[in-house]
Design a protein around this ligand. Structure first.
Ligand code: FES
Length: 459
């Protein structure tokens, strides 16, 4: 059922499968925007880079199933970040995202982005109070933002918070352009090359056909790490699934919108081949927790058609987003014991701008340059204790499902990551694992990790 608007009529280049052994300075695993942008920045600095993607093409996974919003307005985030970090660090989060976006837009292809304003909006009194709190944080931190009740939406809002001059992109076009620039700078890139083994001490990875890449540094940009090597990364993340739909429309909006109420809705438009499309999404839940995902699509569809007077959406897709306990992604050295192993994950729903931040931080760390946000994003930051309760709920979910899965879902195949029972997802026709978010197609092939081996399905 997955049918993303961003995969319509785009020329996604294909590459060969790695079939020989290679040596490199930096091996990057994962060909979404994070892996691509990191490869581009490192190759531009003269590093010998190998980029490996398990799927048949680059940027068709998480990147190709995103909303395409490229903004430092990451929902209601700044008031929440102030609970975990100093004002200086929270401003660094804003600044790192704002600067990374601006640097990338200087080089991006013109047909892959447009400048728009980002809005948070509320339709209730509690929502208005949430916006007031967020505006207060903006003012405290000197983040530019304007409160308004004027929007282009066909209903009244109780309040909206506008961040001016942000961007929205066509994510596959945007990423493919940076892939081309990485290749122009002599990065070696391979598709259909799934990494099945990581040897940190001996510094090599093996792909599923036993091809070997020997590296000095290894970067895991797989959205979710393929191994929980050290630092318990897998237990620090919980995974959300949300849904997106697109229909043809008559006019393009000047802004992109996100509601602040509990079950938030995302809204933007895009022109694809000259045709305007309206994109609507939301209804998130913990990945793998819900069996009947078709009903999520159906109720969103009804809401979209009625509220915005649009035809039935021919494009429906869903996205999975890992969350960290303190809302800031893990980008950097995975642990002090493994100085040559880097990771980028836990972007919440803000993977596009955080991918660009990841490229900047990782390329700076690897080339021994400084980046102001390194300590903030570090996977080794000591915030886990402080967020113990929230972390516990994530761990509790995983362990509960490991136990419960055997008792209640005997028919479902076992996930090849750590053995949880998967769940059949009717809407997308996939087997989804509730533990760490692996997804498999109906024939058992891996769509999303951390699992790397296919399911063993009973005939
Ligand atoms: Fe970890 Fe399935 S994703 S057990």
């Amino acid at each position: 059922m997955q049918n993303s608007l961003w995969l319509k009529d785009v020329e996604i280049p294909t590459f060969s499968t790695l079939s020989n052994s290679l040596d490199c300075d930096v091996c990057i695993v994962g060909g979404g925007l994070s892996g691509i942008y990191t490869a581009y920045l490192l190759a531009k600095k003269g590093m010998k880079v190998v980029l490996l993607e398990a799927k048949p093409a680059f940027a068709i996974g998480t990147t190709g199933h995103s909303t395409g919003k490229l903004t430092p307005q990451h929902g209601v985030v700044y008031s929440k970040l102030l609970k975990y970090f100093s004002a200086e660090d929270v401003f660094t989060y804003y600044e790192a995202n704002r600067n990374a976006i601006e640097s990338a837009l200087q080089v991006a292809s013109e047909d892959s982005f447009e400048r728009v304003d980002s809005y948070l909006y509320a339709t209730t009194i509690p929502g208005k109070q949430t916006i007031e709190k967020e505006l207060y944080a903006y003012n405290e931190l000197n983040i530019p933002g304007v409160e308004t009740t004027e929007t282009e939406l066909p209903f009244d809002v109780t309040s909206a918070l506008k961040m001016e001059d942000t961007a929205q992109i066509h994510p596959t076009k945007f990423a493919t352009h940076f892939l081309k620039l990485a290749i122009d700078n002599e990065a070696a890139v391979y598709t259909n090359s799934r990494v099945t083994k990581v040897e940190i001490d001996e510094k090599f990875v093996l792909t599923d056909n036993d091809s070997k890449v020997t590296f000095k540094k290894l970067v895991l940009c797989t959205h979710y790490p393929i191994e929980s090597i050290k630092g318990l990364i897998t237990t620090k993340l919980s995974i959300d699934r949300s849904y997106l739909l697109a229909s043809e429309t008559t006019e393009l909006l000047k802004g992109q919108y996100l509601s602040v109420e509990e079950s938030s809705r995302t809204i933007r438009t895009a022109s694809i081949g000259g045709t305007p499309y309206f994109i609507y999404g939301g209804k998130s839940h913990i990945a793998g927790e819900v069996e009947d995902t078709q009903s999520y699509y159906e109720s969103l569809k009804e809401e979209m058609v009625e509220t915005f007077n649009l035809p039935e959406p021919p494009f429906l897709w869903s996205a999975q987003d890992p969350n960290t306990p303190d809302l800031v992604p893990y980008i950097g050295q995975i642990s002090e014991d493994t100085p040559d192993l880097y990771i980028a994950t836990g972007y919440r729903k803000w993977g596009l701008s955080n991918s660009l931040v990841a490229g900047e931080i990782l390329s700076s760390l690897i080339t021994h340059e400084s980046h102001k946000a390194t300590h903030l994003y570090s996977p080794t930051r000591d915030q886990f204790g402080k967020n113990f309760l929230r972390g516990l709920s994530t761990i509790g979910f995983v362990t509960a499902n490991l136990a419960e899965g055997y008792l209640t879902r005997m028919e479902a195949p076992k996930c090849t990551h750590l053995g949880c029972k998967t769940r059949w997802n009717d809407g997308d026709e996939t087997w989804d694992c509730p533990c760490h978010g692996s997804r498999f197609d109906k024939d058992g092939n891996v769509i999303e990790g951390p699992a790397v081996y296919p399911l063993k399905l009973k005939k």
